[in-house]
Structures are given as structure tokens and as C-alpha cells.
Design a protein around this ligand. Structure first.
Ligand SMILES: N=C(N)NCCC[C@H](NC(=O)CCC(=O)O)C(=O)O
Length: 455
């Protein structure tokens, strides 16, 4: 895999995408009210093996573009600790069978592989934006959904096992588990900047300000202004370089449950839908005013006439990854569903030929994840790192050809190719999952990050 050589003497910065490895219990459980794909596909059989291989293929594709690619371990499921906290007892197998009979909904929540969507794992601020010059991490509390709120603790431990060096990395606890501080992490955070290593404008998009009446009527707003402000404070960001923008509550009601379903930014490019924000003209004006980079800012607004919100939600066009290529220019890594929605395909080919930094559109198949409402951008956590910070990170989590091969072999050995709700009652699934994950922590040199390894 080719990576660009550092330029003479200058410290290089990279955006490293840490993709969530899909866990062995990936299934469709209809757990996310407000996420239309999750509800629509609740009764489907899943294929965990295919899901994990699709994810690995995506990681390999990005690595082959010359980008640094990280691998982020999943949470361990089923979450026996939570089931025990909810009163189920006895052996692990007893806990599973009691929960399957009495509270199948809770069992499903504790079996979800939702930690794969690492855009929701944490908010990250690069060292060039923070007062103490360290990279700051706050795991998201994911307070709005039970199956996701139980991710925060283990995710925090994995972050600490990947970014261990205290000289470079500052880890915060997740925000208090209360709806006032509903935090969904990087999915609602965009950084606009001249170049990765320059300080940037941190745009925090929130669904709801707890003190305002402007809110969606049907579906929940998962990110609050109060949470975004708390994260920005903790990360020691310069208040002048933070912008808080409210998501349009009407589009949340159309299934846009995170900002990354309606907008995407990278360096000096921001691509967003005409209906993305509340009082959009003022929001766009504020972005333009607050951007301090010297390279021109490309604000690309996609009109409702070109791509309707409905088509955007169906295709997940805005859940593409926009990446800067080592040789210059940018590529949009789009889900292959975009090729099936006419308006979107037409728009993307026009975007590619128009005068802007987006030179290429690359379509990838992540269908197993898409059926639960997770596109390419949901599957990755962006971490901007200097060369030194990258060297100080856990190298076993950076994708190489041999790590890719090792993980494909590992998935092929342990993963099932079919799962449905009834299978969750099978105690053998727990054994398979924990055995696989125990081995994974060795492959990725993570130590004992899982509860089942710590008792
Ligand atoms: N847009 C971003 N960044 N992330 C997508 C997250 C999808 C996830 N789906 C789920 O959790 C569905 C699980 C289920 O129903 O089985 C969610 O709604 O939180």
C-alpha cells in the first residue's frame, strides 16, 4: 500500500479513518426509531460474515488510494453486564434464556452490533485546534437509544488502547447519561480548514437546543446543543473557531437522524442539502464568515429540485466519505445505492465534472450496513493526526495488506452467514462471539478491553 512520503522537513498531518469492524452478531432488530432503514428492515435475516467482509473491503479500497486506514474493534455482544444489571442472573446461558423469554426487546438491544458505526463512537479534536496541543477524544454517550448508550464505556477503553500515549492524547469520559446531553459524536461534527494540519472551524450541528421550542415533531433529535458545547469546552477549542448550527427539524422528521445523512465536509469543501439546516441562509453566511482559511471555501448546496430529501435518505448520498487524495484533489466514496437513484446518480456525475475539488466518485458496496441505516461515512471515525501522533498510535490497528488478510481469515473462521431474532436466544452465539473477539484483541494488540476479559 502506497503512502505519500513526507515533504522535506515539514510536519505532515493525515486524516486517518478508523473503520468499525462489524461484530459477529450483526443483525436487523428495528431498534432505531427515526432511522427509516432500521425500521424497514427489522425482519430481514442478516449476514454478519458478508457485513464484516464488505467493511474490510472498504478499508482496503481506501488504503489502496494511498490513505492511512485504521481498524476499530467492535464492542463485545451480547452485553451480559447490562442484562445482569437489568436483573437477569445465573450463568451467561441462563441470562440469555431468561431475557429471550421475558424481554426479547432488551436481548436484541444487548446483541446489537451497532458499535460498527464509529462516526458515532466519539468526537475528536486534532491537536492543531486545542489549547494544550493534544488530540482530544470524547466517547459519545449515545443517550437516545438503549442499544447504543451501552457502547460508551467499552468504546472509551478501545480509544485509550489505540491512542495510549499521554504526551499526545487526552481522553475525556462521555457526557453524563441524560437527555440534556444527548451526544452522537463525530456524525454531527465537521471541521473546515485549509489543510489537515491547520487550525480549523469546528462546526457542531445539533438537533435540539433544550431551551428552544424549535424541534422535530415526529422523530427524536439525538444531538443537543448543550452536549456539543460541553464537548467543545472539554476539548479546549477556541470559542471563535466553533460554530453551532441547528439541523432542520423537518428533515429529522424525514429520517435524517444525524447531520452526516444530509451534509459532508472535508478540508475546504462543504457539501450539503438545501434543507439541511434551520434558517439555512443565516447558517451558510455564518460558515462563510467564520472560515479563516486562505484557500477558497467551496460551499456546495444541493437543491431540493436536483435531489429531494427523500432521495438523499434513500441513497445516502451525503453519507459518502469525502477524502483528500495524496496526489491532490478529492474523491467521494459513495454507497452503491446512489447508482440506483436516478436523481442522485445524475447529480454526482455533474458534481464530478463541475469546477470544484471533487475529482472522482467511487462507489462501494456496504449493503449489510446500509440496511441498518449506516453508509460509508457512518462506518468510519476520522482522526486527524500529525506524523508523530500517528507513530505514537497503536500500529496494530493500522491496516496493512497482512492485517487485511489476517482479519479476512479471522472473519471467515468465526462469523455466521445468517442471523435472525431466534438465533439470539442460542447461548452458543455468545461463546462464538466472545471467542472471536478475544482473539481479535490479540490481533489488534488492545489488551483486555472487554468486560468478559476483565472478570
Ligand atoms: N449516521 C451515522 N453516523 N450512523 C448511522 C448509525 C445507524 C444506527 N443503526 C442502528 O442502530 C440500527 C440497529 C438495528 O435496528 O438493528 C443508528 O440508528 O444509530
Amino acid at each position: 500500500m502506497v503512502h505519500s512520503a513526507p515533504e522535506g522537513g515539514k510536519m505532515n498531518y493525515y486524516e486517518v479513518n478508523f473503520d468499525g469492524l462489524v461484530g459477529p452478531t450483526h443483525n436487523y432488530a428495528g431498534l432505531s426509531y427515526g432511522n427509516v432503514a432500521s425500521k424497514a428492515n427489522a425482519s430481514l435475516f442478516s449476514n454478519p460474515k458478508q457485513a464484516a467482509l464488505q467493511g474490510l473491503e472498504k478499508m482496503r479500497a481506501l488504503s489502496q488510494l494511498g490513505l492511512y486506514q485504521g481498524v476499530f474493534a467492535p464492542n463485545a455482544r451480547p452485553d451480559i453486564k447490562t442484562l445482569r444489571a437489568l436483573g437477569f442472573s445465573g450463568s451467561d446461558s441462563d441470562v440469555i434464556s431468561q431475557a429471550a423469554k421475558a424481554e426479547p426487546q432488551l436481548l436484541k438491544a444487548c446483541y446489537s452490533a451497532s458499535s460498527m458505526w464509529t462516526a458515532n463512537a466519539a468526537t475528536i479534536s486534532p491537536s492543531c485546534d486545542t489549547k494544550d496541543g493534544k488530540v482530544h477524544f470524547t466517547p459519545a454517550n449515545l443517550n437516545n437509544k438503549l442499544h447504543r448508550a451501552i457502547e460508551a464505556e467499552t468504546t472509551g477503553r478501545i480509544l485509550q488502547a489505540v491512542f495510549t500515549d499521554e504526551e499526545y492524547f487526552a481522553h475525556h469520559p462521555s457526557l453524563p447519561q441524560h437527555s440534556l446531553f444527548g451526544d452522537e459524536g463525530a456524525a454531527n461534527h465537521t471541521r473546515l480548514t485549509d489543510a489537515y494540519g491547520h487550525s480549523g472551524l469546528a462546526i457542531f450541528v445539533y438537533g435540539e437546543d433544550i431551551h428552544s421550542h424549535v424541534k422535530p415533531q415526529k422523530f427524536p433529535a439525538r444531538q443537543t446543543l448543550q452536549a456539543s458545547q460541553a464537548v467543545a469546552r472539554g476539548h479546549q477549542l477556541n470559542p471563535k473557531q466553533c460554530l453551532y448550527i441547528q439541523q432542520n427539524p423537518d428533515v429529522i422528521d424525514e429520517g435524517v437522524f444525524h447531520n452526516d445523512v444530509i451534509a459532508i465536509g472535508n478540508e475546504n469543501v462543504f457539501l450539503f442539502h438545501q434543507k439541511a439546516f434551520y434558517e439555512q441562509a443565516a447558517a451558510v453566511h455564518a460558515i462563510r464568515q467564520s472560515y479563516t482559511g486562505s484557500r477558497p471555501l467551496h460551499l456546495i448546496e444541493v437543491s431540493q429540485a436536483d435531489v429531494s430529501v427523500e432521495d438523499a435518505v434513500q441513497s445516502y448520498i451525503f453519507n459518502s466519505q469525502l477524502v483528500s487524495l495524496p496526489g491532490g484533489g478529492m474523491a467521494l466514496i459513495a454507497p452503491s445505492e446512489c447508482q440506483q437513484v436516478n436523481s442522485v446518480e445524475t447529480y454526482l456525475s455533474a458534481l464530478k465534472s463541475a469546477s470544484n475539488p471533487v475529482d472522482d466518485i467511487i462507489y462501494l458496496d456496504v449493503k449489510q450496513s446500509m440496511r441498518n441505516g449506516g453508509g460509508p461515512a457512518c462506518l468510519r471515525l476520522r482522526v486527524t493526526l500529525s506524523e508523530q501522533e500517528l507513530a505514537a498510535s497503536n500500529q496494530s490497528c493500522i491496516l496493512t495488506d497482512s492485517l487485511y488478510q489476517e482479519l479476512v481469515t479471522w472473519v471467515s473462521k468465526y462469523y455466521r452467514d445468517r442471523l435472525c431474532e431466534q438465533d439470539l436466544a442460542d447461548p452458543q452465539l455468545l461463546v462464538e462471539s466472545y471467542t472471536a473477539l478475544d482473539e481479535l484483541t490479540k490481533i489488534l494488540s488492545l489488551g483486555s478491553v472487554y468486560d468478559f476479559q476483565r472478570i
